[in-house]
Design a protein around this ligand. Structure first.
Ligand SMILES: Cc1cc2nc3c(=O)[nH]c(=O)nc-3n(C[C@H](O)[C@H](O)[C@H](O)COP(=O)(O)O)c2cc1C
Length: 349
C-alpha cells in the first residue's frame, strides 16, 4: 500500500519535473550584485583551483546538491543517479526527508546510495516541525543506516502552511533544534526549502550547536507553489512569491553569524556559475541547487547531471578568472558592489 508520505514524494517529483514551480515576481537579487572585472587578471585559467573542505570532507568545487528525494519507489533511481554523478565529480549530496523511512523502515533502500557513492559528503534530512515526533536516538539510527555525514534539519513554515496535509505546529522548534544539535552524532545544519532565512532566525540559530545554515532563499523553486498545485483548486498560489531573496538572506545570515565558526551554504535559485561566485564573494562557503539537477536527471540521467555540473564548474572557473581569483580564499577576499533593490533591502534591515 502506498502511504500518504510516499504519494506526496511522488507528487513533488512529478510537479517539479513537469510544472511551473518557480517564483514569478521575485528573484534571488543576485543580479543586483556586481563583481569587479579585471581585464588583466594576472593568472592563467589553468591555475584556478576551486576545491574546498566542508565539515571535514573534500569537494572538487564548492557545490552541494540540495535535498531532493527519498521515500517513494521512484526516488531510488533519482538518488542513485545523482549520487553516482556526485561521486565521479567529487561534490556533496543532500538526501530528501527521512521521515518516510523512519515511519516505514522498508523504504530505507530508496535513500541508500553508499554502494555507488562511498566517498561523497552525504546529508540526511528531517523537518523541524517533525522533530517532536521522533527522538534523537531514532534519527541517529536512520543516519547510521544510510551512512550520512551530516543531518540537515529543514525549516519550512511557508511550505507546511500551504501543504494540504501540512504540519503547522512550529511551537518550541528552536529548542528542539538546539537539543538535536547536541544529541545527533554527526554535524547538524539547518536549511530552508526556498523561502529564505532572516537575520533574526539566523541569530536564534546562532545560539545552538548547529554547524551551518543553508539559506535556501527565494528566487528559485517556490515550495508554496509546489504544494499549492497539490490542492484541487490551487489554493495557496497567492503565496508563490513569499519569502526573502537568496542574496538578502545570505547577507543577513552572514551578518548574524559574525564571530562564530558556523558555515554558510547559499542556495535557492542558484542557476549559474556566476551566481555561485557572487554568493562566495558575499561570504558563502558552498552553494547548492536542486531543481536543475532533478530536471537534468529526468531528461538525460547520469550523463545529464554530469554535463550540468561540469558546465556549472566551468562557469565558476571562468568567473573566478575574470575577477582575478585563483581559489576560494581569494574569492572570499573580493568585494562586491550591491545595486538597486538589493542595496535598498539590505539598508532597510
Ligand atoms: C523534488 C524536490 C523534492 C524536495 N524535497 C526536499 C526534502 O525532502 N527536504 C528538503 O529539505 N528540501 C527538499 N527540497 C527543496 C530543495 O532542497 C531546495 O531547498 C529548493 O528546491 C530550492 O532550491 P532550488 O531553487 O535550487 O530548487 C526538494 C526539492 C525538489 C526539487
Amino acid at each position: 500500500m502506498v502511504s500518504q508520505i510516499e504519494k506526496r514524494k511522488k507528487d513533488h517529483l512529478e510537479l517539479c519535473a513537469k510544472k511551473d514551480v518557480s517564483f514569478h515576481k521575485k528573484t534571488t537579487l543576485l543580479e543586483e550584485v556586481e563583481l569587479s572585472y579585471k581585464a588583466l587578471p594576472e593568472l592563467s585559467m589553468s591555475e584556478i583551483d576551486l576545491s574546498t573542505t566542508f565539515l571535514g570532507k573534500k569537494f572538487s568545487f564548492p557545490f552541494l546538491v540540495s535535498a531532493i528525494t527519498g521515500g517513494a519507489q521512484v526516488s531510488k533511481k533519482v538518488n542513485l543517479e545523482i549520487a553516482s554523478a556526485c561521486q565521479e565529480i567529487g561534490i556533496g549530496m543532500g538526501l530528501g526527508s527521512m521521515r518516510a523511512m523512519i515511519q516505514q523502515p522498508s523504504l530505507m533502500e530508496t535513500y541508500f546510495v553508499r554502494d555507488v557513492a562511498p566517498d561523497i559528503f552525504l546529508t540526511g534530512n528531517i523537518g523541524a516541525a517533525q522533530l517532536k515526533q521522533f527522538t534523537p536516538d531514532t534519527v541517529n539510527e536512520a543516519l547510521d543506516a544510510i551512512e550520512a555525514d551530516a543531518l540537515a534539519i529543514h525549516v519550512n513554515a511557508a511550505q507546511e502552511a500551504v501543504q494540504p496535509e501540512g504540519d503547522v505546529d512550529f511551537s518550541g522548534v528552536i529548542s528542539k533544534i538546539a537539543e538535536y544539535s547536541d544529541k545527533i552524532k554527526v554535524p547538524v545544519y539547518v536549511k530552508e526549502v526556498g523561502h529564505g532565512i532572516s537575520f533574526e532566525v539566523a541569530q536564534a540559530l546562532k545560539e545552538t550547536n548547529i554547524q551551518a545554515i543553508d539559506v535556501q532563499g527565494a528566487g528559485g523553486t517556490s515550495w508554496t507553489a509546489v504544494d499549492a498545485l497539490r490542492h484541487k483548486k490551487g489554493f495557496g498560489l497567492i503565496f508563490r512569491d513569499f519569502g526573502i531573496p537568496t542574496a538578502v538572506s545570505l547577507i543577513e545570515t552572514k551578518s548574524a553569524l559574525v564571530g562564530t565558526n558556523k558555515k554558510i551554504i547559499a542556495s535557492g535559485g542558484i542557476r549559474t556559475g556566476i551566481d555561485a561566485v557572487k554568493a562566495l564573494v558575499l561570504g558563502a562557503d558552498l552553494v547548492g541547487c536542486a531543481l536543475p539537477i532533478l530536471q537534468a536527471q529526468q531528461t538525460k540521467g547520469i550523463k545529464g547531471i554530469k554535463e550540468y555540473l561540469l558546465g556549472f564548474k566551468k562557469e565558476m572557473q571562468i568567473t573566478s578568472f575574470l575577477i582575478g581569483c585563483k581559489d576560494i580564499n581569494e574569492i572570499h577576499s573580493e568585494k562586491a558592489l550591491l545595486l538597486g533593490k538589493l542595496k535598498e533591502w539590505v539598508k532597510e534591515e
